[in-house]
Design a protein around this ligand. Sequence first.
Ligand code: ZN
Length: 384
Amino acid sequence: MPKKILKAYKIRLYPNAEQQVFFAKSFGCARFIWNKMLGDKMEHYKTTKTTLHNTPAQYKQEFEWLKEVDSLALANVQQNLRAAYSTFFKQGTGFPKFKKKGIKDSYTTNNQKGTVAITQNTVKLPKIGHINARFPDKINGLIKSATISRTPTGKYYVSLLVETITTPLPKTHSTIGIDLGLTDFIALSDGCRVANPKFLAKLQDKLAREQKILAKRRAVAKADQRRLSESRNYQKQKLKVAKVYEKITNARKDFLHKLSFTLIKNHDVIAIEDLNVKGMVKNRKLAKAISDSSWSSFTTMLSYKAEWYGKTLVKIDRWYPSSKTCSNCNHLLTKAELPLSVRTWNCPVCLQKNDRDINASINILHQGLILVKQSKTVGATGLA
Ligand SMILES: [Zn+2]
C-alpha cells in the first residue's frame, strides 16, 4: 500500500544581490525576535515567577523593520521557541539558548495556497518571489513549509518539507543484524563489514591541520590586541575550516544515505543495537570512533526509511551482551574475559572461533527476530 509521508528536500539556491539582502534581513529578524522573546521571558520569570506569553506581533510597533520580512518567519520563531521550552520542561535538559549571527542562519515559512512553489529552475518564496535553484531530485507532492538557510561558507539552501507518497519496496525474505564497529563502521550478520570511507579520514586529518592553523592565527591576533573580526588572516582561515567541515558533513551524510537505503532495500528485517550514543561519547576513548561513525544519524535514517518502504527495523536493548555471548552456543563470557582490545575469541564451550563484531551482529539479529516474533504473537492475541 502506498503511504503518505513528509519528506525533506534540500535544494541549493542562487539568490541575486537583492535577494541576498532580503535573506540577510530575514535571518536577522528571526534571530532578533528569538533573542528578544527569550530575553523578555527570562526577565519576566525572574521578577514574577510566571511565564510570559509574548508574540512577535507585540514587537512590531517598537521595531518597525520587523514588518519588512515574511511574518510567517516570525510566527515560526514563536513556535520553535515554544517547542524548545517544552522540550526543556519535559526532558530537563538544554534551556533555550540565545542565537548568534553567522551560526545556523535560517528562517522558516509556510506554504499558504501556493505562496511557496517550484518551477523547473526556481523556488518561489513569500515576499521575495522566484529564486534561481538547482534541484537534485524530482519533487512531487504538496509543499508544506520551506526553511531557508545560509552556510558559514556563504551557500544558500532551501529545505522543502513535502507531503508525498512512497511505495513499499519488494520483500526479499532476508534478515540482517548490524553491529556498530569500532574499526569498521558496521559489521553485519552475513559476515560483511562496511568500512568508514577512506576519504572521510583524509578530510578529517585535513580539518585537524586547518584547525591548528586557525588556533595559531587566533593567538597571533590576541597577542597583537586585534579583534578577530578585524584579523584578515584569521577570517580567511576560518572560512577554510568551514569549507572542509562542510565537505565532511556532506560526504558523511551521502555515505549514510546510500548505506541505509541499500540495507533497507536488501532486507525485510533489520536488527540494530539501541545504543545510548550520548552516554558513550562521554567515554573519551570511544568518543572519536562513535561521533565519526555518526551512528545516531544512521539509525535515524534506517528508522524512517524502514517506515517509508514497508520494512521492519527492530532495536535491541543496549544492555544485551551481544559481544560477550557466543552466537553458536549462547555461552556468556565475563567482562574480564573480553576486553575491548580482543578482536577474535574462541568459545571455551563449543570452540567456535568468533570475530568480535560479526559475532555480535549475529546475536543482535537473533534477538531482533525473537522480538519481532513476540510482537506478532501479541498482535495476534490482541486481535482474538
Ligand atoms: Zn560457543
